[in-house]
Design a protein around this ligand. Structure first.
Ligand code: PLP
Length: 380
């Protein structure tokens, strides 16, 4: 049976460069805080990874704080803003739960920023909220992701950054899905903090990073040792970080290849639409690897299970952690409530070829036609 992995937005397969770097670091061992030769070698691997990650996102290496992943990088930014006196957080309604839920439990008020039906932030609403800002709420904090994990829709981050800067605010960008798929220059984007994750770009799970600019004050999140310049205590995951660095370097090298994946995605999209699917977010700029399609009346869960039986691995909604499918808050924010339980996400990446997309299309059309025939058949 075919085995087609089109779920890179959940986790990308590990790149060979990342596996080699992580394995070498594991074999070498050592604690980066030790002053002896083995410790110094471990530190050198970690600092090489920091430079590789910094290069991917256009940030100085000295501003990259390593974390346990995208979730913790987002939390470090949000919790730092709240600790610094932000009492109201403006958060786009389509953020990943790592941002949405962290903001909700932070103790600050959360104002959701709506998106338009094309899946992009409504900048007019952002401008209005910022101009009506009550200084008693502290400095404005805005969380806007670079690209959505479900639809791939790229957000108007640079435009939002201008508004946030004029208001003296702090813009946090969750770039977990954009990194390694589109070029990122965190300074040119105007992000005050920007989060990325290793396992989305072909590195090992359990590693991530936050970069910060001069207008963001990060607080210490974990207490104990002085690692990460006192910002995050705990002996570092050197093997994971070495793999992360190698994956970041490979992803930067392969960015042109990543861009050309949109051709396969677009061909697949046209075929699915011709067969009866509805495409989501296609009128907006999107990540080149991501396709979100819905089939009214064909539950997402059933689509995913049927494709899985045919050896094709994709996701439904945003339920990548629980394994359970819930209606997508992203589609609901776009006003697509009727499709929110019937949409799947297909996402390729560095290991994908055009045949993977073709096999997915064939399997989806077979499954869809069978489902439609069953629905038409009179009950026995
Ligand atoms: N942000 C976005 C947009 C994501 O898609 C994910 C993972 O799905 C995360 C954050 C969480 O990243 P991690 O799994 O590294 O904690």
């Amino acid at each position: 049976m075919n085995s087609v992995y089109l779920d890179h937005n959940a986790t990308a397969p590990i790149r060979p460069e990342a596996l080699a770097a992580a394995t070498a670091a594991l074999a070498a061992g050592g604690n980066p805080s030790s002053v002896h030769a083995v410790g110094r070698a471990a530190r050198a691997r970690m600092e090489q990874a920091r430079a590789q990650v910094a290069a991917l996102i256009g940030a100085p290496a000295s501003t990259v704080v390593f974390t346990s992943g995208g979730t913790e990088a987002n939390a470090l930014a949000i919790e730092s803003a709240v600790a610094g006196g932000c009492r109201r957080l403006l958060v786009s309604a389509i953020e990943h739960d790592a941002v949405l839920v962290t903001a909700k439990v932070s103790g600050a008020e959360v104002d959701l920023l709506p998106v338009r039906s094309d899946g992009r932030l409504d900048l007019e609403v952002l401008a209005a909220r910022l101009s009506a800002w009550d200084p008693a709420d502290g400095r404005p904090f805005v969380a806007l992701m670079l690209a959505n994990n479900e639809t791939g829709v790229i957000q108007p981050v640079a435009e939002a950054a201008v508004l946030v800067r004029e208001a003296g605010g702090w813009l946090h960008v969750d770039a977990v899905q954009g990194a390694g798929r589109i070029a990122i220059d965190s300074r040119a984007l105007g992000a005050d903090t920007l989060a990325i994750s290793s396992h989305k770009l072909g590195g090992p799970g359990g590693a991530g990073a936050l970069t910060f600019g001069p207008r963001a004050n990060l607080v210490r999140r974990l207490h104990g040792g002085g690692q990460e310049r006192g910002r995050r205590a705990g002996t570092e995951n050197v093997a994971g970080l070495a793999g992360f660095g190698a994956a970041a370097e490979a992803a930067l090298r392969d960015l042109d290849g990543a861009a050309s994946q949109s051709e396969w995605r677009d061909t697949a999209e046209s075929a699915l639409v011709a067969a009866g699917a509805v495409t989501i977010g296609a009128q907006s700029p999107r990540l080149p690897n991501t396709l979100c399609v819905a089939a009214p009346g064909f539950p997402a869960e059933l689509q995913v299970m049927t494709l899985d039986l045919a050896g094709i691995m994709v996701s439904a909604g945003s339920a990548c952690s629980s394994g359970k499918v819930k209606a997508s808050h992203v589609l609901m924010a776009m006003g697509l409530d009727d499709l929110a339980g019937a949409a799947i996400r297909v996402s390729g990446g560095w290991s994908t070829g055009p045949d993977d997309w073709k096999l997915m299309v064939e399997a989806w059309i077979t499954a869809y036609d069978r489902h439609a025939a069953r629905r038409r058949a009179p009950a026995a």
